[in-house]
Design a protein around this ligand. Structure first.
Ligand code: C5P
Length: 221
């Protein structure tokens, strides 16, 4: 068992994937299962932290001893993360946040008419929550961690993204047809803003989570 090296700390973890509604029955979403974020919440609690888990559409049981805040959309996730982060020592953004949302929401179900040509769906940009919390740390020394799924040039793209987002660590996954999403195992490299590079071998999502908390705990001192 791990030492309670996060005792007295408040950590915020986002998990799952946002859903951006088109009408009461349809949404734009993604394949994130929430398993990595839930593993992060469980392991942080096991290490003594007070944990707030912002859960976006994850069909998973609430981890014991964790404060779970359910959300649906990216805008809801942003509100919940900002509120919970106000007094947080660390924020880990494991959720898959939609980059865009439909520009309009139809309050009634959108109907197809006979012989109608399909119409394009207009989208607008969602705020980048990770970049925002990194730029405006709610407290000095707050550690911010992001996740990135890349299909090619994993390290180069990861470095560029780490810089763009302004977070302290970026956990970079290589994704492909059968990799990462919904899987029990994960494999990644954690890039540090200080130039550090921590490879995490293929293994359970708990193992990856514990390595992330090792780096966070070390940074918090
Ligand atoms: O840019 P990309 O979506 O690849 O970045 C992934 C990271 O940024 C994840 O940590 C995700 O939670 C976060 N993100 C965010 N707000 C967005 C898009 C992504 O916080 N609108």
């Amino acid at each position: 068992a791990k030492e309670p090296d996060l005792a007295g700390r408040h950590v915020v973890v986002s998990a799952g994937g946002t859903r951006e509604p088109l009408d009461p029955v349809r949404f734009l979403g993604n394949r994130s299962s929430g398993k990595q974020g839930y593993a992060l919440a469980r392991t942080a609690a096991a290490r003594g932290a007070r944990v707030t888990l912002i859960a976006a559409n994850a069909a998973l049981p609430d981890p014991a001893g964790v404060d779970v805040v359910p959300v649906g959309t990216a805008l809801e996730l942003r509100e919940a993360v900002l509120r919970a982060s106000a007094d947080a020592d660390a924020v880990v953004m494991a959720a898959a946040v939609a980059d865009f949302r439909p520009a309009a929401y139809a309050t009634g179900k959108i109907k197809k008419k006979d012989d109608q040509e399909p119409e394009p769906i207009a989208l607008v940009r969602n705020p980048d929550i990770l970049a925002e919390i990194s730029a405006h740390r709610a407290r000095p020394g707050q550690v911010v961690v992001g996740f990135a799924a890349e299909t090619d040039d994993v390290l180069a793209n990861g470095r560029a993204k780490l810089k763009r987002k302004g977070c302290d660590f970026l956990v970079v996954n290589e994704v492909g047809e059968r990799k990462t999403f919904g899987a029990e195992d994960n494999e990644a490299v954690v890039l540090g803003a200080d130039g550090g590079e921590t490879p995490i071998p293929h293994g359970p999502k708990e193992g990856l989570a514990d390595t992330v908390w090792d780096l966070v705990a070390e940074r918090l001192g």
